[in-house]
Write a protein that binds this ligand. Structure first.
Ligand SMILES: Cc1ncc(COP(=O)(O)O)c(C=O)c1O
Length: 444
């Protein structure tokens, strides 16, 4: 142990760590590590708060973020629609009883066979951002409704997407008119401000761009039926991010001020915001060593089998961490480099994170806010199995009693009374899930 003792910060679980997944509850879960403990009550609360904060906007959960059956089922039972990136995702939804007609296919570049399969299944709305894709859609989904993905400023997001996707504003009008010529239905406009977006103004600018396109198209006799706000709504990890209320205030005002008319459907495709904070990655310490004066911790999950996003940011992205040690908050902490189980060094997840000086082989490391883009990214690299989900807090628990969520942890939808609209469903996991979802989705 060579490094100097790190400053002992006040050690408390972060406030956004689900109460149902505290260290004692995690220790009581009977599952082999690595596993992802998911609190379905938190998923339900996040969905309910989101829909209440941005009234009149329908949610289409971006299932690429976390496609565990019980997560999808919880959201479906609450009335969420879904956004898919592939025919494979659509198939998963259909197996759960979700109607393809309730699904948006928002990947702007799609395999022809996937377009045809989705169309046959009853999916009727497809995104695009290029002339080539329009011709493909006209051929494989004749008559389909199409919505254009605009390139918008995503420079304040952690995971920008606009280099890969998005039509320039000046091309968009002509592309939607071409859609009409090709026998497609010019249906709507969408954008993505980038995942984990850190500024509310990104949405305002993007909505303004969509509004300008709607105004221009009105001159051509085209009235768009959908404005889709995409994803990018952030979750809380360690750094502060704009709150849902702050984002909602900006979005609600922009929708009221910047559109020439209100399209029949206002949509959003949140992923990370709904699920990240609902889950904790539970890992076991496999080794503890000192390498060139640096403390290394080897655990049974790494970048390849679940924590890929730790590799995707230029500067290290911090996740909230805790351990199974009962002395966690009592002993001095040391800086550690935390790496995965493979023989490759690039599965290293964290550098210089403070953990109890006493941590040893066999202890568990808990990685908080791990519900998004973890299971769905995980590979079998080096023969290490991806983590399995274990559910608590819902009717599909893996034999775990549903923990009561203290009322203080249920976010009150802080929406001005004038905006609350129709009755907002009470937070919580619905008692009834589709029959197809009653199987236990946890580790067998
Ligand atoms: C088309 C589309 N919609 C929504 C999302 C969800 O984004 P987020 O998880 O940042 O909300 C993504 C993520 O990449 C996406 O590609």
């Amino acid at each position: 142990m060579t490094a100097a003792l790190a400053d002992q910060a006040r050690l408390d679980l972060p406030a956004h760590w689900p109460a149902a997944l505290g260290p004692r509850a995690l220790a009581g879960l009977d599952a082999t590590t690595p596993f992802l403990a998911v609190d379905l009550a938190t998923v339900a609360e996040r969905y309910t708060a989101f829909t209440a904060a941005i009234p009149g906007v329908s949610t289409f959960y971006a299932m690429k973020c976390n496609s565990a059956d019980a997560v999808l089922g919880t959201l479906a039972a609450l009335g969420s629609g879904f956004e898919v990136a592939s025919a494979g995702e659509l198939r998963m939804l259909r197996e759960l009883g979700v109607e393809a007609s309730e699904v948006l296919y928002s990947n702007p570049i799609k395999p022809p066979a996937a377009i045809a399969e989705a169309r046959r299944a009853g999916l009727w709305r497809f995104s695009f951002d290029s002339e080539g894709e329009l011709h493909k859609l006209a051929q494989y989904a004749p008559g389909a409704a199409v919505y254009i993905r605009l390139r918008v400023d995503d420079s304040t997001s952690l995971f920008p997407l606009s280099r890969k996707f998005g039509a320039e504003a000046h091309e968009a009008r002509a592309l939607l008119l071409l859609a009409r010529e090709l026998g497609l239905r010019p249906y709507g406009v969408t954008f993505h401000v980038g995942s984990q977006c850190a500024t509310t103004s990104a949405w305002r600018q993007a909505i303004a761009a969509a509004g300008r396109l709607m105004t221009a198209l009105a001159e051509d006799g085209v009235q768009l039926e959908m404005l889709d706000l995409g994803g990018g709504f952030p979750a809380r990890y360690v750094e502060r991010v704009p709150s849902l209320d702050q984002i909602a205030a900006t979005v609600n005002a922009a929708l009221a001020e910047l559109l020439p008319y209100r399209p029949a459907l206002l949509a959003a495709e949140p992923g990370r915001h709904l699920v990240a904070e609902s889950a904790v990655m539970v890992t076991t310490v496999l080794g503890r060593e000192v390498r060139a004066g640096e403390n290394w911790l080897y655990v049974d999950v790494g970048a390849y089998n679940g924590m890929m996003e730790t590799q995707q940011t230029v500067q290290q992205w911090r996740f909230p961490l805790w351990t199974s040690r009962t002395d966690h908050a009592l002993v001095p902490h040391l800086p550690f480099t935390v790496t995965g189980p493979s023989c490759d060094s690039s599965d290293t997840m964290f550098y210089g994170v403070n953990l109890p000086a006493t941590i040893e082989v066999g202890d568990r490391l808990y990685i908080g806010s791990a519900g998004a883009y973890t299971l769905s990214y995980a590979s079998h690299f080096n023969g290490f199995a991806p983590p399995e989900p274990v559910f608590v807090g819902g009717p599909i628990g893996a034999g775990v009693p549903a923990p009561a969520v203290p009322a203080s942890l249920v976010p009150a939808p802080a929406v001005p009374a004038s905006l609350t609209g129709a009755g907002v469903p009470a937070p919580g996991v619905p008692a009834q899930l589709p029959a197809s979802l009653t199987r236990v989705a946890g580790r067998s």
